[in-house]
Write a protein that binds this ligand. Structure first.
Ligand code: RIB
Ligand code: CA
Length: 317
């Protein structure tokens, strides 16, 4: 029997976050204590609405706590939403009925961790501004987080915001550095875990559009993403946040990982948001010693099974 994870999901809800939220709601292995939201793919109010609509269609009454409207440093890095203006395919599917909580995401995180020391896992699907703010407010409480599962970094592959930086880190590299430096267990699911075998082909995407309520929802939420990908010569959509959630809700999905010392570049130049991984126990030519490992990086997963398993979950409803 696999362990039950008590999780907080921290999201900047776009189409792939929505898919990850649904995977979590449908999993018997996680208890969602709350969903915290930060600006990232879209503005904070839009991301809150997207999270609410995603939870509602999945049948969850998990509470939503709005958080950061801008990065930790206050300095915004311009990007555009590959998921459309509303982050959910501009398909008219975002009409939530519920209302977010008045409590700020950072207060919710700190109160929940303090009340459950050593038990809370945070699944971070966007820029980690809320987590960094919580650390800045109360580092001792945040040291009681059991683990952070981070969809962030390019892993050992190329970036997407720039050739070297992944979007979530690029949007708030200072926050990512603060998270890494706290010294609590962090599992990184980088963009290299979200490569071709995990992509939803256009053909499959179209089938989803004729499928269950949840399949149609995700298909619509990723329609603009498909257009964007096709513009880059790829006839498929990718769902990095759903791949990240899969590592938690499908315990046999991960096949390999490596402990590393991770270093996040916050310089303002071209390497902004690059995260360098020094593998534990590996001797580099010019660096006989690496720092103490502060992350576990996922390096292998049953990627070929991702799309089938995802659709099994989505097709149920
Ligand atoms: O780089 C992929 C990540 O950036 C995903 O979390 C996606 O939702 C965007 O936030
Ligand atoms: Ca995201």
């Amino acid at each position: 029997m696999s362990e039950l994870h008590k999780i907080i999901i921290d999201t900047d809800t776009g189409g792939d976050d929505a898919c990850a939220l649904i995977l979590a709601v449908k999993s018997p292995l996680v208890e969602i204590l709350g969903v915290t939201v930060a600006a990232g793919n879209v503005s904070l109010p839009q991301a809150v609405r997207n999270a609410m609509a995603s939870l509602e269609i999945a049948g969850s009454d998990a509470k939503i706590y709005p958080g950061a409207v801008k990065p930790f440093s206050g300095e915004e890095r311009e990007t555009f939403s590959v998921y459309g203006n509303d982050g959910m395919g501009d398909a008219g599917i975002i009409n939530p009925k519920g209302k977010a909580e008045d409590k700020h995401a950072v207060d919710f995180i700190l109160e929940t961790v303090a009340a459950n020391p050593g038990e809370i896992e945070i699944v971070a699907l966007g820029p980690v501004t809320n987590i960094a703010l919580a650390i800045a407010h109360d580092p001792e409480t945040m040291k009681k987080v059991k683990r952070i599962w981070s969809m962030g970094t390019a892993g050992f592959g190329p970036g997407n915001a720039t050739p070297v930086a992944e979007f979530n880190v690029y949007k708030d590299a200072e926050a990512y550095k603060i998270m890494l430096d706290l010294g609590i267990p962090v599992t990184v699911i980088g963009l290299d875990m979200d490569d071709e075998p995990t992509w939803v082909s256009e053909e499959c995407w179209r089938e989803m559009g004729r499928g269950s309520r949840l399949q149609q929802f995700i298909s619509k939420a990723t329609g603009k993403l498909l257009e964007f990908k096709q513009g880059n010569g790829i006839n498929a959509v990718d769902l990095p946040d759903a791949v990240a959630m899969a590592t938690l809700v499908w315990p046999d999905f991960v096949t390999a990982s490596v402990k590393c010392s991770a270093s996040c570049i916050t310089d303002k130049g071209e390497t902004h948001g690059l995260v360098i991984f020094y593998k534990e126990g590996f001797t580099y030519d010019s660096m006989p010693e690496t720092g103490e490992a502060n992350v576990t990086v996922i390096t292998g997963a049953k990627k070929n099974e991702f799309v089938r398993r995802l659709n099994e979950v989505l097709a149920e409803d």
